[in-house]
Design a protein. Structure first.
Length: 124
C-alpha cells in the first residue's frame, strides 16, 4: 500500500485520463469509468466514478507499480484548500474509515473546487 505520509503524491498536475486508461483497465470493475487524472513526476492519481486509484512507481526504472484503491464509500470527510497569491498549490485531504487521512497536493493550475464537487457527488 502507498505510504501517504511520505509526500509521494505532491505537485500533481492534471492529465488526460485516456493516457492511463489502458494501464488501469484491468483494475476497473463493470460500470466503472475514468473521470479525471493527475500526475506527479513518476506517480499518478486517477479518479473514477467509484474510487480514487493511487499509482506509485517503485524502483529505479519505475516498472514496478503499487496500485492503491481508495473507495468513495469509505470517505468520512474531505477538505480542499485552494491556491493563493503566494501559496500556489491546492490541496485535497480525504479521511477514510480504517485508513486515516490521505493528502494530495496539486499544482496551482488545478481547479480544486471542481475536484471537490466530483468527490461530493460520489460521497454525499
Amino acid at each position: 500500500m502507498v505510504d501517504f505520509s511520505n509526500g509521494s503524491f505532491f505537485k500533481l498536475q492534471q492529465i488526460d485520463p485516456s493516457g492511463i486508461t489502458a494501464e488501469l483497465h484491468p483494475l476497473l470493475v463493470q460500470g466503472e469509468q475514468m473521470v479525471s487524472a493527475f500526475k506527479g513526476i513518476r506517480d499518478y492519481v486517477a479518479f473514477t466514478n467509484k474510487r480514487v486509484i493511487a499509482v506509485n512507481a517503485q524502483g529505479i526504472t519505475g516498472k514496478k507499480r503499487d496500485y492503491t484503491s481508495l473507495p468513495y464509500s469509505k470517505i468520512q470527510a474531505f477538505s480542499v484548500e485552494t491556491a493563493g497569491r503566494f501559496d500556489l498549490d491546492a490541496e485535497l485531504e480525504l479521511w477514510f474509515s480504517g485508513l486515516g487521512k490521505v493528502r494530495f497536493e496539486f499544482k496551482g493550475g488545478v481547479d480544486i473546487r471542481t475536484l471537490a464537487g466530483l468527490i461530493g457527488t460520489y460521497v454525499l
